[in-house]
Design a protein around this ligand. Structure first.
Ligand SMILES: *Cc1c(COP(=O)(O)O)cnc(C)c1O
Length: 347
């Protein structure tokens, strides 16, 4: 295990930051007369500021995920959790991050917004993760490592043991984005949080939970790391409507399991149907709710589908995904519509 010292990784201005103290965080009890936050007393139930720390939602997340409440941060999508990692750990113009590639585009966009050097380490054959190359790309100013499992856009998940090994051998922060974890049988890193003090796991309500419009993401980490997230976030980042919605969704976790089961069956059908098409060159194995498919003419097929009102993601210009389309698993009817259109391509 490499030496890990959280305080030396936090930007000095964040370490010494006196966070904004909101009215709702200074007084937390119950009262009959609220005259502290300049709210309009009319317009119930949305006239009041929401709970800045979303404690009821976190209690429900803790139950569902089997993680302690003080190890949970809730953000406006995973996107907020990603951006805050840069703002907490990376000194603009000085520090760098190492990321596996190809992967989710927001890691690099947020690096650019925060003026942080982004070092890409390409995945190997069959999109394998090269632990040694990731470590070799890091230097004394590498604060974060970005990993995504199951990975977008390649679809494959990595073994938890390999991800844990990387955590143990790197003295900075390792972020594992598990946006698609509900579709994978390779297991979550959540159970390793206690053992790995430099690990941050990201999950989201946007995929299996069917709530992309709600904008709610989760970061799981040590209480110390979560403390810095809370220090830097906007005071009322997750709005009241989103908190209420999340409580309802979390109370019906079996509904999500039902969706996942259905989508995995639909994925198997879609893979078989794609495999039977002449335009299909290769279908990459998927641990997620999408498949990456190499086709005969990615740009042409993308445009053909688009003209028929069927939108897939063209990954043709992404390194290592040349000639590929990324196709989300839809309803049975949506998948049939896609396959029917593809079967008529070029005819
Ligand atoms: C879709 C996706 C997310 C979700 O981001 P939100 O901001 O929570 O909607 C996060 N990471 C990856 C890799 C994704 O593909």
């Amino acid at each position: 295990m490499k030496e890990f010292n959280l305080k030396t990784l936090i930007r000095p201005n964040i370490l010494s930051l006196e966070p904004y103290s909101s009215a709702r965080s200074e007084f937390k009890g119950t009262a009959s007369t609220w005259l502290d936050a300049n709210e309009n007393p009319f317009g119930n139930p949305y006239n009041r500021y929401p709970d800045p720390l979303q404690l009821r939602v976190k209690a429900a997340v803790a139950q569902v995920k089997g993680v302690a409440e003080d190890c949970i941060f809730l953000g406006v999508g995973s996107d907020e959790c990603i951006d805050l990692a840069y703002r907490i750990f990376c000194r603009p113009g000085i520090d760098n991050v190492v990321a596996m590639a190809p992967s989710y585009g927001m890691y690099e966009v947020c690096a650019n917004i925060n003026d942080v050097e982004y070092r890409k380490v390409m995945l190997g054959d069959d999109f394998a993760l090269d632990t040694e190359a990731m470590l070799a790309a890091a230097d004394a100013n590498t604060r974060l490592m970005w990993l995504c499992s199951p990975n977008n856009p390649t679809g494959n998940a990595f073994a938890c043991e390999q991800l844990a090994d990387l955590c143990r051998r790197f003295s900075g922060i390792v972020i594992v984005d598990e946006a698609y974890i509900d579709f994978s049988d390779k297991g979550t890193m959540l159970s390793s949080l206690a053992e790995l003090p430099n690990l941050i796991v990201l999950q989201t309500f946007s995929k299996a939970w069917g709530s992309a419009a709600v904008r709610l993401g989760m970061a799981f980490a040590s209480p110390e790391i979560i403390g810095y997230y809370n220090k830097v976030k906007y005071p009322y980042n997750v709005n009241q409507l989103a908190q209420e919605y999340a409580l309802k969704a979390l109370a019906d976790a079996p509904r999500v399991q039902g969706w996942v089961k259905q989508l995995l069956a639909n994925r198997a059908w879609l893979v078989d149907a794609l495999a039977a098409l002449p335009l299909t060159r290769h279908i990459y194995a998927s641990d997620a709710n999408f498949v990456l498919v190499e086709v005969s003419d990615a740009n042409g097929i993308y445009a053909y589908l688009r003209d028929r009102g069927i939108i897939v993601r063209n990954r043709n210009r992404i390194e290592k995904c040349l000639g590929c389309l990324r196709i989300t698993v839809g309803t049975e009817q949506e998948n049939e519509t896609l396959i029917k259109a593809l079967a008529e391509y070029g005819k």
